[in-house]
Design a protein around this ligand. Sequence first.
Ligand code: NCD
Length: 366
Amino acid sequence: MTGTPEDPTQMPTAHRVALLSRDDRLFHLILAQQLDRELIQDLCRLAEMIRSVAEVRPGTQFLRTLLGHKRAMLYFIQPSTRTFLSFTAACQVLGMPYNDVRSQSTSSEVKGETEDDTIRVLSQYFDLIIMRHPEEGFAEQMAHMMNRMRRSIPLINGGSGKDQHPTQALLDIYTLYRSLGFGPNERPKPDFASNPFEGKTIAFVGDLKRGRTVRSLAYLLCRYPGVRMLFVSHPDLQIEEDILDYIEENNVDHELHNDLRAVISRCDAVYMTRLQDEYDTAGESKSIDYDSYRLSHEMAGDFKPNLVIMHPLPRRNEIDKRLDNDPRARYWDQVRNGMWMRAALIATIFNVDARIIDHYHSYYAH
Ligand code: NCD
């Protein structure tokens, strides 16, 4: 399919984005570019409400009544712990039964069934497919295929090769809303209508060429005027032109660097990532000294007092373990925030967001 003129994944972004919505509402979530500022803020606000509602038993019980009549399929044929468990936890929060396929070796694909057919079959049993796949563009192609089917169900991209990871980007933005501008030990009450990124410097560090979490988050940050992005990497692993073009089109300040030590004192947030060597074709990243893209304990003297330290995890040694107990380390918070954000996303796709908002206001607002 790829490369033919009628292939929607090759169309200009605005067309691609339009094809993924239904009646102006989010239907499939495949690309971070689908998320405008208003939608990002609505999702963050809803995630925050779900989090409060779930604090008490009647709230938990209410949430579980919302999607008991729907079923989700997690088609995760690329390794995953967090994203997989985070989505299953989100389904459980909303009372949504789910099933999973985690390896092609246990599916009829070993009998020669194409992946397209597998997805078509799954769409007959389930009401939502959440997909992690090693190939860029595959989730998007499947979303377009869904659009042509009589029974068409939404598809969420839980990571598409080196390309995108939009739900991680959402949870990262949500984490930043809860962290930027707050002291590390404060209990945040974020204002999701504000722009906490104004005048803030966010550094992305590591394998930016193949790190899909960075790519998706860079798209979302372009929605926030006044942010500055620093891309800190070895020249062979720097962020790709397509992202830089998008950043430039959006007039966002950015800089390319290769020395973390030289910029760390300027950062309000630092987003560390691991080497994505599973995408090496001939061991090309073996010669790179990745230690230069490591946040060491010795650098802590240069940190701003309210630095936000992030990592999508899994971590190798990009962050010194001695920083784990520093209150500025937010990577464990990111994990939990992901569960609430994914619940917010699923609730929005199935149009039960208004019910959660009503419930929240009737119990919690004064
Ligand atoms: C990331 C991913 O899968 O892209 N992990 C995650 O979803 N939290 C990052 C990675 O694997 O390095």
